[in-house]
Design a protein around this ligand. Structure first.
Ligand code: SF4
Ligand code: SF4
Ligand code: SF4
Length: 242
């Protein structure tokens, strides 16, 4: 009975996350479309000297326009705007979120040392580290794989379930750091890598409720998701319009 309620709670949290991101993505898409509409020219084809043959029906930002069309200029101007002012404002928002993190502290629960997750196996991470991937170099310098999932699950059952459910059907791998002492302090604190010093790197990271940064994540998560969605949409517009 207890396990059933626990799984239900995890599923609810997971579904909330997915649903929230879906809503936020739609909000981000609408906001970018509104920005594009603000810059849309009001030229009529009747007064256009190019007078091309294949005039689009709807005149949306994603239509095909010939080289000298004022609407093609609109598309190019909009890509330039997304790449400069718009992207910069998102970066400023990201900075202010990370500044807010300084109001919180690690509560030394040990969860991020006991249970780290990666979509890569240890062998893959080692290969990536050998190729110079900085994150993989740091990760493999401290973390080792759990011999079996059951050990990872029993280390932190609730956090394990949450991470596992978010992976959906993708294979993921669980790791722990042998440098963590029984009292949840780090036995190599002075030499710990940046990935330890900077954890959690952003408020999109899935955190256990025991984490001292959990509240920060709760407060900043929605804005961070909005920024993330907008950054993805910028790439989408760039690919589609260039
Ligand atoms: S070039 Fe553009 S504005 Fe001119 S006729 Fe074609 S679609 Fe219309
Ligand atoms: S090196 Fe220290 S801080 Fe980093 S994961 Fe290991 S125990 Fe945790
Ligand atoms: S999960 Fe959060 S509170 Fe716990 S050790 Fe890691 S950073 Fe500190």
């Amino acid at each position: 009975m207890e396990e059933f309620s626990f799984n239900k709670a995890i599923n609810a949290q997971y579904n909330d996350l997915k649903e929230n991101y879906r809503k936020i993505f739609i909000q981000a898409a609408e906001s970018i479309r509104a920005e594009a509409d603000k810059m849309k020219p009001s030229v009529s084809c009747n007064s256009c000297t190019v007078n091309c043959k294949d005039k689009p029906l709807n005149f949306t930002i994603f239509d095909n326009f010939p080289a000298k069309c004022p609407y093609r200029e609109w598309q190019l101007k909009f890509i330039a705007f997304l790449n400069s002012d718009y992207k910069q404002s998102l970066k400023n928002m990201q900075k202010s979120i990370m500044l807010k993190k300084e109001d919180y502290n690690c509560s030394k629960c040990g969860a991020c040392c006991k249970l780290a997750v990666s979509e890569h196996s240890f062998d893959e991470l080692k290969k990536m580290a050998n190729r110079g991937d900085k994150f993989a170099v740091q990760f493999t310098s401290v973390f080792v794989p759990y011999p079996a999932e059951i050990q990872a699950r029993s280390a932190l059952p609730e956090y394990f379930e949450l991470l596992d459910s978010l992976a959906e059907n993708k294979k993921i791998y669980f790791y722990y750091c042998p440098k963590l002492r029984d009292d949840n302090t780090c036995s190599d604190y002075e030499n710990r890598p940046d990935i330890c010093k900077q954890f959690p790197y952003n408020p999109l990271k899935i955190l256990p409720s025991t984490c001292g940064y959990y509240q920060w994540r709760e407060e900043a998560n929605k804005l961070a998701m909005l920024i993330h969605a907008k950054m993805d949409l910028i790439e989408f517009y760039k690919n589609k319009l260039s």
